[in-house]
Design a protein around this ligand. Structure first.
Ligand SMILES: C[S@@+](CC[C@H](N)C(=O)[O-])C[C@H]1O[C@@H](n2cnc3c(N)ncnc32)[C@H](O)[C@@H]1O
Length: 568
């Protein structure tokens, strides 16, 4: 008996199936089907940041009218006023698969709405390529219908930024999804990241898409590289020109352009040049480059406005990254030019270049010291959950109010947060003289100055009257021997009941993405320190007669490690 060839469903049947699927599923139900094994925390993180937005398919109508009739027949109404948007990503994938010229494949995107359960706007995303009867594309259409290469489920990311996107891609890959291309579509200013669903997924679709409004080609480049189908020379060129990006951002911040620009309305480059005292032609070209990075939007003809990303470089933005832009484009840019010295010799490039270590170099230059303190304050979002850490709440609820000793506490940002959140808590800040002055000002400004004492000194001067000791972003500045020395000073000073909290980024041991890996290079080049794994910190603590009890995540890839004195 002749084996039966499975019948390929018609476009109308495929459209109906996609519409039914969208009608009957929502984000909460779909995520565990797609990523079985997702734990509650990760499911919540994904649900908070994205929603199921559409199911997609590629169809091949003989003409546009037939497509509209088929859509209407399955309850999919397309706004007749909305012109179909040209597809770039699916067009190029189709061209690559069938070795055709993309210019000959006019794939259009339609997005008819589908009312579904729960809140949120959902659509069927229809990629349509008109294939009239007898067309040379008939075979291509049959192949695509049979294999459903472009069928996918999509989740739209609500407020995409590079960290969120990298984190979400990380969760998907950790659960077995495999990066499978993607792209940026300038026609609708959106970026898509495709994945092959994990083998054990139960959603009935083989592909998943994360879609993000805006241009996220930097994150996309890494995703494409992981997909193995990146245009590799382009990817490498983007990587090689990273230094240009650093300088462009730094100059943009130094000229205070983010403060002069609106996020709503475009300003002509000429007007911005007059305000910044810059050359109009050169500034216009800088802004055009920054537009490719999504820091500004617009072009030299219409003018430029600031994006959400660019607004983080405003001097008064909460958590402003302006100080970091100036440091990374300034002294740390110079030191990175000597990275080869570090790699060849193991010595610190910064010390080699400036003749002194970075703490002394900055301490002797008040403007740099202030910039450094403000740059550390730029990432204090990392500290937010610490006010609720059980060790801190316990210290603030004992009958006699407890004391937090912040060792090398910088300009007092963390201590101020803890004292504001716990009005009975007292604090001591140990720092070098210039930083103590900055900390005094921070704590006085928050009205907590009278509950705080200051010790101008060195790690050897850790006070002995604390209940909680904090080492925030200190140990990563030093090599292992110096860390053990610092930890021994702590252990000797700590009363038996005292607790130690260490705030650092941890190097991942499972290959998951983390800012710690890049900052490890920064530490190596600039301070002779390093980022470490949890196990590495545990070893250093043990060598100093301390015991690591636990660690918990903080924002910006931070972690809080909890330790106390070794028993016995
Ligand atoms: C990376 S900053 C961290 C500041 C703060 N803990 C935070 O998380 O924002 C490191 C701090 O260590 C301080 N420091 C460096 N050497 C020190 C020493 N020998 N004794 C005390 N503090 C020191 C520096 O002044 C600097 O403020």
């Amino acid at each position: 008996m002749k084996p039966q060839t499975p019948k390929i469903p018609s476009d109308a049947a495929r459209l109906r199936a996609a519409a039914d699927f969208v009608r009957n599923h929502d984000t909460a139900a779909l995520l565990p089907l797609l990523l079985p094994g997702l734990d509650a925390l990760e499911a919540r993180a994904l649900e908070d940041r994205c929603h199921f937005s559409h199911a997609a398919l590629l169809v091949f109508p003989p003409d546009p009218e037939t497509l509209h009739t088929e859509l209407a027949a399955c309850g999919l109404a397309v706004d007749p006023a909305a012109a179909p948007v040209p597809s770039v990503v699916v067009r190029d994938r189709l061209a690559a698969r069938h070795r055709r010229d993309p210019a000959g494949l006019d794939v259009r995107i339609l997005r008819p709405s589908v009312p579904g359960p729960g809140a949120g706007h959902r659509t069927v995303e229809v990629f349509a390529l008109t294939v009239p009867p007898g067309s040379a594309l008939t075979e291509t259409a049959e192949h695509e219908r049979a294999h459903e290469h472009e069928a996918h489920l999509a989740f739209e990311v609500a407020h995409p930024d590079p960290l969120v996107l990298r984190g979400m891609c990380g969760i998907l890959t950790r659960h077995g999804a495999v990066p499978d291309g993607g792209g940026y579509n300038p026609h609708e200013d959106g970026t898509v990241f495709y994945f092959t669903a994990p083998d054990h997924a139960k959603a009935g679709y083989r592909r998943v898409e994360l879609s993000a409004p805006g241009d996220h080609r930097e994150v996309l480049a890494a995703h494409l590289a992981a997909s193995g189908d990146a245009p590799i020379a382009e990817t490498l060129l983007r990587l090689l020109t990273g230094a240009w990006t650093t300088q462009a951002l730094s100059v943009f911040a130094a000229l205070r352009l983010p403060d002069a620009m609106s996020t709503d309305t475009a300003t002509a480059a000429g007007a911005l040049a007059r305000r910044a005292g810059a050359d109009p032609e050169s500034l216009s070209r800088l802004l055009r480059y920054l537009a490719t990075l999504n820091v500004v939007a617009g072009d030299p003809e219409t003018g430029f406005r600031l994006t959400r990303l660019g607004a983080l470089l405003r001097a008064d933005a909460p958590g402003s990254l302006r100080p970091l832009a100036l440091l990374y484009g300034g002294p740390f840019y110079q030191s990175f030019a000597a990275l080869d010295h570090t790699v060849r010799t193991g010595e610190t490039a910064f010390d080699h270049l400036f003749g002194t270590d970075h703490f002394d170099h900055f301490a002797r230059r008040p403007e740099l010291a202030e910039l450094f303190d403000r740059s550390m304050a730029a990432s204090t979002r990392m500290f937010d959950p610490l006010t609720g850490h059980p060790v801190i709440t316990a210290a603030s609820t004992v009958p006699t109010p407890g004391r937090v000793v912040d060792i090398a506490g910088g300009n007092g940002e963390l201590l101020a947060r803890l004292l504001i959140a716990h009005p009975r808590l007292h604090g001591t800040l140990l720092e070098r003289p210039h930083a103590v002055e900055a900390a005094r000002r921070t704590l006085a400004a928050t009205g907590c100055g009278d509950r705080c004492t200051y010790v101008m000194g060195d790690f050897a001067d850790v006070p002995t009257d604390g209940d909680v000791y904090v080492l925030s972003r200190v140990l990563h500045d030093w090599d292992d021997d110096r860390c053990v020395e610092i930890l021994r000073h702590c252990a000797r000073a700590m009363p038996a009941h005292a607790e130690l909290l260490i705030i650092e980024r941890l190097l991942p041991t499972d290959g998951s993405p983390s800012l710690a890996v890049a900052w490890d290079l920064h530490m190596m080049c600039n301070v002779g320190g390093r980022e470490r794994t949890a196990a590495h910190y545990a070893r250093l603590l043990t060598a100093a007669d301390l015991t690591l009890l636990s660690h918990a995540p903080l924002p910006l890839d931070g972690q809080v490690l909890h330790a106390h004195k070794a028993k016995g």
